[in-house]
Design a protein around this ligand. Structure first.
Ligand SMILES: Cc1cc2nc3c(=O)[nH]c(=O)nc-3n(C[C@H](O)[C@H](O)[C@H](O)COP(=O)(O)OP(=O)(O)OC[C@H]3O[C@@H](n4cnc5c(N)ncnc54)[C@H](O)[C@@H]3O)c2cc1C
Length: 311
């Protein structure tokens, strides 16, 4: 047993060993679901897509890894859910790394520049040195053309842009994309090196890559890129990927959504400010269970509120 799990630190889930496994239908349902997903192109933006190439493991691989030292162990699906949620809640992240996804993605280069900052994936991209780049460029939809936000320096405002200005932008984008591709094509045809001919091609051009990542790091990517602060053009890819992951790892995705994506982080100072609200509050485990929390979660929240009062 690892030092981290020694003595009174042993989580409950480890204590339930060698009970009958009853995961009836769980893996085969997921396999059937995945069969319909693998190889299918999910369109994104005007010419892009996400395609699931392959995956390894699902919720049961997370459970299996968490219980590795103790044999295949336990359990019913409902208990597996409790375990996965426990792991997510307490940032026991490594069992989530046992699940892997491989995607084929077609995306504009400016989106790829943001995406590639996620260093914990394996990437193999289309080579513009080896192959001729295709004449495919991103053009924003009319309704996505917005003014600069005045509150968020990295965002768009809700304010409507006059159609005339939208047309002007679209016209400029289209003509410069056409021009730069015509020049690229001309120089490629002369026999000049493709690696030189391409250097003035715009960021709106589409590229493609294979992208492989484990579930823990994929959740990190999704947390950042599904967030409303993220640029819409990458967010739409994250949303499609999230939907695929949700179908293959429904329990882990639900836990991620609950404890990470829709959770909030408070600073020490913020907690002190919130403390006053809780001073006269006496929530019991039973009250909290009626709010949909499991008994274990309710106990943990009561402990947190107790700590908050002591700040
Ligand atoms: C809304 C938004 C706005 C952004 N704006 C900008 C911007 O203006 N300019 C800009 O440059 N970037 C910007 N970024 C990119 C951002 O700074 C991160 O580079 C990107 O989100 C990847 O995050 P990450 O490093 O946590 O992810 P990953 O690279 O996937 O890494 C995951 C985790 O692994 C660990 N890790 C990975 N590699 C290392 C390492 N070498 N050393 C230490 N720890 C490591 C870290 O804990 C990290 O959080 C923005 C991102 C978002 C979501």
């Amino acid at each position: 047993m690892s030092a981290e799990l020694a003595g009174s630190q042993i989580p409950d889930y480890i204590l339930h060993l060698n009970q009958q496994i009853d995961r009836t239908g769980m893996d085969s349902d997921i396999d059937k679901q995945a069969e319909g997903l693998i190889g299918k192109e999910f369109p994104v933006l005007d010419h892009g897509f996400v395609r699931l190439v392959d995956y390894m493991g699902s919720d049961s691989a997370i459970v299996q890894a968490a219980r590795v030292s103790y044999g295949d162990g336990t359990k019913k699906v409902s208990e597996d859910r409790g375990l996965i949620r426990y792991l997510m809640r307490h940032r026991h992240t490594s069992p989530f790394e046992m699940v892997e996804f491989k995607f084929h993605v077609k995306l504009p280069i400016f989106v790829a520049r943001q995406w590639i900052r996620h260093r914990t994936a394996n990437v193999n991209e289309y080579s513009g040195r080896y192959s001729v780049m295709k004449e495919e460029f991103y053009l924003p939809k009319n309704e996505d053309i917005r003014f600069q936000s005045t509150v968020n320096k990295q965002g768009r405002s809700e304010k409507e842009v006059p159609q005339e200005l939208k047309n002007e932008l679209l016209g400029y984008l289209q003509s410069s994309q056409k021009d730069s591709y015509a020049n690229y094509d001309k120089f490629v045809e002369t026999g000049l090196a493709r690696e030189l001919a391409r250097i003035n091609l715009p960021l709106s051009m589409y590229t493609e890559w294979y992208w492989k990542i484990d579930l823990h790091n994929l959740f990190h990517f999704l947390r950042l890129r599904m967030d409303s602060h993220s640029q819409m053009e990458i967010r739409v890819y994250a949303d499609v990927i999230a939907d695929i992951v949700r179908q293959i790892c429904p329990i882990a995705y639900e836990a991620f959504y609950d404890y990470t994506f829709s959770a909030m982080h408070f600073s020490g100072l913020e907690l002190k400010a919130i403390r006053s609200l809780f001073l006269n509050c006496n929530l019991s485990v039973e009250d909290l269970v009626t709010q949909g929390l499991s008994k274990r979660e309710a106990k943990e929240l009561v402990e947190k509120i107790k700590k908050l009062k002591e700040l």
